[in-house]
Design a binder for this molecule. Structure first.
Ligand code: F6P
Length: 619
């Protein structure tokens, strides 16, 4: 099918965005609109023959991964290997020092497209916006907040200002507190009300207070690489021996039953994670689990003591936490300059993960994220991985008209990456207006979905190969967390998985022509069904391994890429008014349910009062 999408924009053509000037009016935007036709006349089948083009779209990650460089000085390891930007690719180049590789040669772009996209980034003042974010300027204007999740993983000696105040000492004070507390719980110094060790943790939270930590937990569970050669610094899987971490997010009682199944109150520590400490679902779950604890360990006052031994909290709202009965000593703060979906590297993720895997593993995760922060902050646009990723997404969404994006990790440990990115990207960039509140003049934001490969191949890939065009992101891993090589099998199990990772992008790009099918003797009546148009864009991210450091890198890569997209579209990627509405919507229904419960009547006239006939009947 030909691409019939018509990108929006107008032809005023100033050089850059400014007061009253949208990015869609700039010369750079107009140049890209003109360029779409050129790209519509290409096919990936041909583009992929161009060696120079492919080499220019292959970039090695900003840093080496300490897990994979066992010898040498740690500082030395942190030196940035040069990203490969142009010139013929030396096929003997050694990438073993690169923690991560990005290949976007399977995108529907030429080198000219990339040049034009980088011009667009300049016109949108992306470098200035990145600098403003790191400087702590109030870039989340609708909530009058800075956006400083990068400060959460900054080294102790760094100075990062929020309204003139250096926030790094506070960040490290909380990290130190988590380190102490998690060690006390893990070594049995901090015990439950009956003196038993707290071996199980239930983290209660929803949205950003759940999805990021779940993603990281899923990635760590089977990770076997250690932080250092030091035997005390056990790798995540070993460090978690004898411990359990569960998440409770949904207010559905079924989720409660599942989260608590098989747990003993005496050995369970509950972490309530809520930035606001007012989210209805989280608070009801917290009260329910508090009841579960006190019903066994002691009812009524002085149950507060029981609560303080079995419940801790992560929040910005310390007053409400104390009112709930949680000991302020066991409360872990974060700040309003951390958005919910950007909060994994705050106590939101650090506390439950440190309890389960030991603080050292989480520290390594923070270092990985920080390495990408530094790269994003300092690297030139053409070598900047989050910038390139963001610009490619803008191209796909706003110029080629692709509404969706598949996030497809070929790695079971990354199974929860798609759901985390779904919130990160869709809550951030799912907006209809720009910073000034004016309706957007172009398509923006994408529908993210995904499942690990190869599972997805046996599910929704049919649509991706022959139905709609959906840019796909394949994420693969060089070294598996677990190696299995069965005697008599030609390849290892991980090789088998990776063969699919390498094959899919080509299948999408090349497709299968009618001529090829006829040559293979396919009956005429099946030619149409078996034809693949190809020319379907994808990109590949190849990680050395899934260990705490690289999980931190992957997380930050996606966080910054989302921000870049928002910077181009001129939207506020850090508020979420659309979801805030949902928080109050259930309120009226709750009042009705309350009166129904109190009066014991389901009379339609009474219950449905004030509602439309449809909702009234359903209720
Ligand atoms: O669902 C909207 C949202 O505001 C998310 O952005 C946030 O991560 C989630 O609710 C949970 O909020 P809180 O951490 O305040 O409970």
């Amino acid at each position: 099918r030909n691409n019939t999408f018509v990108p929006q924009g107008d032809t005023t053509r100033p050089k850059e965005v400014g007061p009253g000037v949208s990015i869609t009016q700039t010369q750079a935007w107009f140049d890209l609109i003109q360029h779409v036709e050129e790209i519509n006349n290409t096919h990936l089948r041909d583009l992929l023959q161009d060696e120079e083009r492919c080499a220019s779209m292959f970039l090695a990650a900003p840093t080496a991964n300490p897990y994979h460089v066992r010898q040498g000085d740690r500082e030395d390891m942190k030196r940035m290997p040069k990203a490969i930007s142009s010139g013929a690719l030396d096929s003997h180049e050694d990438y073993s020092q690169s923690s991560l590789i990005l290949d976007f040669s399977h995108q529907r772009v030429t080198q000219k497209t990339i040049e034009l996209l980088l011009e667009l980034a300049k016109a949108a003042k992306v470098p200035e916006k990145i600098a403003a974010m790191f400087r702590g300027e109030i870039i989340n204007k609708t909530e009058s907040r800075a956006v400083l999740h990068t400060a959460l993983r900054a080294p102790r000696e760094r100075v990062i200002l929020d309204q003139g105040k250096n926030v790094v000492p506070e960040v490290h004070a909380v990290l130190d507190k988590i380190k102490r507390f998690s060690e006390q719980v893990r070594n049995g110094e901090f015990v439950g009300a009956t003196g038993k060790a707290l071996t199980d943790v239930v983290a209660i939270g929803i949205g950003g207070s759940f999805l990021g930590p779940l993603f990281v937990h899923t990635a760590f569970r089977t990770a076997t690489d250690s932080v250092q050669e030091d035997a005390t610094q056990l790798p995540p899987q070993k460090a978690a021996a004898g411990r359990r971490l569960r998440f409770l997010s949904n207010v559905d009682p079924v989720d409660i039953a599942r989260a608590l199944e098989g747990l003993n109150q005496e050995t369970t520590l509950v972490v309530i994670v809520s930035k606001t400490f007012t989210t209805a679902e989280t608070m009801l779950n917290a009260r329910t689990v508090r009841q579960w604890i006190v019903s066994k360990l002691g009812e009524g006052p002085p149950w507060a003591r029981t609560v303080s031994r079995h419940m801790v909290a992560v929040s910005t709202n310390l007053k409400l936490v104390a009112e709930f009965g949680i000991d302020p000593v066991n409360t872990f703060a974060f700040w309003d300059w951390v958005g919910g979906r950007y909060s994994v590297t705050s106590a939101v993720g650090v506390l439950p993960l440190a309890l389960q895997y030991g603080f050292h593993n989480v520290q390594s995760f923070l270092e990985g994220a920080c390495s990408v922060d530094d790269h994003f902050h300092n690297e030139t646009l053409s070598q900047n991985l989050p910038v390139l990723l963001g610009m490619i997404s803008v191209w796909n969404v706003s110029f080629l008209g692709h509404a969706a994006r598949g996030i497809l990790p070929y790695c079971q440990a990354l199974a929860k990456l798609p759901s985390h990115i779904q919130q990160l990207s869709m809550e951030s960039n799912g907006k209809g207006v720009d910073m000034e509140g004016n309706p957007l003049l172009c398509e923006a934001g994408e529908i993210d979905f995904g499942e690990p490969g190869t599972n997805g191949q046996h599910s929704f890939y049919q649509l991706i190969h022959q139905g709609r065009q959906i840019p796909c992101e394949f994420i693969g891993v060089v070294k598996s967390q677990h190696s299995v090589f069965m005697k008599g099998e030609p390849v290892s199990n991980h090789d088998e998985l990776m063969c699919n990772f390498f094959a899919q992008p080509d299948a999408l790009a090349y497709g299968k022509t009618e001529a090829e099918l006829r040559e293979q003797g396919v009956p005429e009546e099946l030619i149409g069904h078996k034809t693949f148009s190809g020319n379907r864009p994808s990109l590949s991210i190849l990680m050395q391994a899934v260990d705490p450091y690289s999980v931190g890198q992957l997380l930050a890569l996606y966080e910054h890429r989302v921000a870049v997209q928002g910077f181009i579209w001129g939207i506020n990627s850090f508020d979420q008014w659309g979801v805030e509405l949902g928080k109050s919507l259930a309120g009226d229904m709750r009042k009705k349910m309350t009166s129904v419960r109190a009066n014991g009547t389901w009379e339609r006239d009474e219950v449905g009062e004030g509602l439309n006939p449809s909702t009234s009947r359903l209720l």
